[in-house]
Design a protein around this ligand. Structure first.
Ligand code: CP
Length: 327
């Protein structure tokens, strides 16, 4: 019987095919719950989940809260702007304070790569990474793969083209680890300044021109241009970016029949995607959002609710902090 092996979910790097498939399969059952009149089950009754968000979020924070609520857990939503974090309290002290109040699991988003790994080394409850710096966003990749599987019936053998700001994208990294593990062909497309060439060593195809690189794709995943993470000028202007890398109606006409267009959100309409594409029948962007609840329910269940062997804190168990250059 397959199981989620680690106490935490810090990233998809090193996670086995069986574990990923277990989450996707469990999420299928969780999605069915959302079609019922009463969208709630008692699975996590009596458990407490902390949502600790040090960075803004709409989709991830809300869907973790909904996921925990639908499993009947109590949720503590910490907005760091109104907590003692503003007085300088550390991530670990904040989480340990909430832990001794009875928390059973902690979801964390942080602008620093490795913050969830640091927390996991200091706290004895499961930690779920809701996005750390430019490192990983594992639950986004899991919901992306769930959505791909829903449309194509499989992941193995799919050609998945991920377009845009790969360098700063934790979504691209988690998708890459997960998709390669499940046997998809992954192609990164973007300006040379925004695609680290090292990824080719991992089995990812790299291209710098969008035209000619998306027409054979089963999945086109468009990344947000992350203006807030750009410390240099990586391309001349947003207008030029849109011209060379934006998905528009004309390009959409050249996509493979049956292919889907994805975006993790939030979108910069008119930059990486036009409104016509975002609202086209090929777009599954809102389905991704809905699927995010099922996938997060699955992870919360597997990490907090399912029968597990006791797994104490292992000081050196978490992987080292990643940076983009360590692809
Ligand atoms: N995709 C994603 O992480 O969106 P949020 O920043 O709104 O959570």
């Amino acid at each position: 019987m397959s199981r989620w092996n680690s106490r935490d979910c810090l990233g998809l790097r090193g996670v086995s095919r069986e574990e990923i498939e277990l989450v996707l399969e469990t999420a299928r059952g969780m999605k069915e719950i959302q079609t019922r009149t009463v969208k709630k089950v008692p699975t996590l009754r009596g458990k407490v989940v902390i949502n600790l968000f040090y960075e803004p979020s709409t989709r991830t924070a809300t869907s973790f809260e909904l996921a925990a609520t639908r499993l009947s857990a109590d949720v503590i939503q910490i907005q760091t702007g109104t907590s003692s974090v503003v007085k300088g309290e550390s991530v670990v002290d904040t989480a340990q304070t909430l832990r001794v109040m009875g928390a059973d699991g902690c979801v964390i988003r942080h602008s620093v790569s490795g913050a969830p790994h640091h927390l996991a080394r200091h706290i004895d409850i499961p930690v779920i990474n809701a996005g750390d710096g430019t490192n990983e966003h594992p639950t986004q990749a899991l919901l992306d793969m769930f959505t791909m599987k829903q449309h194509h019936g499989r992941i193995e053998g799919l050609t998945v083209v991920i377009v845009g700001d790969i360098l700063h994208s934790r979504v691209a990294r988690s998708n890459m680890w997960g998709l390669l593990t499940l046997g998809a062909k992954v192609r990164f497309v973007g300006p040379p300044t925004l695609v680290p060439p090292e990824v080719e060593k991992l089995g990812v195809e790299v291209r710098h021109k969008l035209d000619g690189s998306f027409e054979d794709a089963d999945v086109i995943n468009l990344l947000r241009v992350q203006k807030e993470r750009m410390t240099a000028n990586f391309f001349p202007s947003l207008a030029e970016y849109s011209r060379y890398y934006g998905m528009n109606e004309e390009r959409l006409k050249r996509t493979k029949p049956g292919s889907i267009v994805m975006h993790p959100g939030p979108m910069n309409r008119g930059v990486e995607i036009t409104t016509e594409v975002a609202e086209s029948p090929q777009s599954v962007i809102l389905e991704q959002v809905t699927n995010g609840i099922a996938v997060r329910m699955a992870l919360l269940y597997l990490l907090i609710g399912a029968e597990r062997d006791p797994q104490p804190v292992k000081k050196d168990a978490a992987p080292a902090i990643d940076t983009p250059s360590l692809f």
